[in-house]
Design a protein around this ligand. Sequence first.
Ligand code: IFM
Length: 730
Amino acid sequence: MINWKIDEEGFFEDRITANGNKFLVGNGYMGIRGTLTEYDKHKFTAVNLAGIYDQVGDGWREPLNAPNGLYTTVELDGESYTLPDKKPAFHSMSLDYRHGIFSRKTTWKTEKGTLTVTEERFASLKEKHLITMKYTVTSERDGIIRLITGIDGDVWDINGPHYDDVLLSEEGNIIKAVGITHESKDKVVVFEVYNADFLSTEEIHKADRTISRVLTFHAKAGKTYTINKFISVFTSKDREDYMDRAKTVVDGAEKAGYEAALKSHFKEWEKKWSISEVTIEGDDAAMEGLNYSIYHLHCIAPRHSDSLSIAARGLSGQTYKGAVFWDTEMFMLDFFLFTEPEVAKTLLKYRIDTLDGALKKAKSYGYDGAFYAWESQEGGYDACSDYNVTDVFTGRQMRTYFKDKQIHISSAVVYGIMRYVNYTGNKDLLEEGGDRVILECARFYYDLLVKRVPIDRYELHDVIGPDEYHERVNNNAYTNRMAKYTFDSAVTVLDWLLKEKSLDTKALEQKGYDLKGLKATYEDAAKRLYIPEPDEKTGIIPQFDGYEKLEDVGLGELKGRILHEKEYWGGAYGIASHTKVIKQADVVTLMNLFSEDYSKDLLRKNWDYYEPRTEHGSSLSACMYAMLACKCSMPDKAYPLFRKSADADLSGGGKQWAGLIYIGGTHPAASGGAYMTAIEGFAGIHEENGVLKAKAALPAKWERLSFKLIYKGDLYGVMVTKDRAEVTLL
Ligand code: IFM
């Protein structure tokens, strides 16, 4: 049994940043970092918004943080009590991750008696624009308390400031902060209303982009004083009447009261868990890590939109520019497909709606078809810069080729769409433009094929595979196989288009697509595209041409060559570039996705070969090894890698720096990977001729694994033990 709570007692200043991620609450529209109400931008406080970006000068374009409506501090008899400035006698933080509720309690010693504050807050899962907070203060002695509470518009930015101005105002009982963005003059509006169970004098102060109320009252010893804050957040991109709605939301919430908001929020979370909860009997720690991962996926699901995707660091801040990577389709999508297919559709609709961006990107390189953004922002704009890493030794920017050469991104989009079609049994996404996306991705790869005349085969040159340490290689096995998958998918879709009237065949033909001709072309491309084969003697698939000739140094020895803790291992001169050490699962990702193409013996040989040579320097790596280990009937080897993924945000591990760039935040791909490992790895959920099957491979201490999932519109219950696997239609 788990209690669905993450608790931390004691105050550790060096954990402020990590706890911002660990104690995050969110509702897909916004993520609120697990910082305290008294913190300012220097503690990486953020109410991070989904899908809205800004750029200042040549700085990186990144998502916006809204003015912080939770901002509150307390004074007793003229003395301020805030962390970390004043050392507490007691401090605890807690996250109810079943219901997305953050709470804290802090007690300070004063000259006479103690002063205690508590806060409890959530981003409503019911009303996506609402944040609600209950704040209490109790003094052991009579005294004058000043509660300073309002909206802090001096927000944390990595490459800001993103607000040219923050307009502060009040209207009746509402205070407002409106941030005006630099690039497009979008508006981010935050309205706040409060109620209190005590009488006080109230003054409004405006300074330094912050509007606050100062509530002053005589506190009686031992009495608890409570305020409830209701905060609405909208942007001018949400809807035309965003200002009116911001008012209606706070007014309505304040009238209904804190408990009503809490109740509806609770109910929404319980609805989510009624399908997505996973039970592991025999291993509470794993069950906690897994459901906590699922919690994070729920927190970032864009349920407020019908066309939006998820950033690589979710809603935990501006790292990775709030951009969408292949992480969504390859690591997070399955969770939503199995538990909330509507969200899966929203994620993929984003790719359909950003096809123009992908066509433009391809064109800018002189290619045909759709080359999706490596780091996708609004409209499919590629936020990935040419220089992604700073050389710690010279301070110079290093040219990296992620944007130009990670062509596997387009195949991830195709993979996501086809997986949606197969698992939902629905072709709606194809009818809504998914068919064109697949055809354009196939066109892109077709244009890149290099024909080797003497051996009559096609190859793909000058690419980067998932392992980013080895840049500009030829015939990366993963990339070639995914390009073949794209051609195969295009052929399947073309078949459907030619046979099924329901699909919009005419529209495509009018756009100039020669469906029959394309089918023949892509069949040929799929047949002739070179897929690196396992070596006859060793059974190892070379990650790319010439990989076998690189220096075969152990990971430990390589680490011994490090000169600076933040140095970059890849690129032209990185310590890993000329060795066989790789950053993350590459061939293993390929084998996991296409395990049916290989014997178990080959899967195992490649796992054994690549695992010790993998740094797992990306949070995307461990789960791929874990899943393949399950397919090789090695659940106990899978287990620690599964835990690494599931616990990524609990343990606060993971890389915080790439060169001199801060890359911390939550790790939704690891969360999705942990889910996939449990469901598709340990429970072995797979399709067999259109029927859902389970094939258990449970770790030693797991007695029973059970969960529900949606397949082709039906809800199933799955229960596996070491010797039984049941999939029941519910
Ligand atoms: O998409 C990943 C990539 O594979 C490794 N670097 C981080 C990216 C975002 O998570």
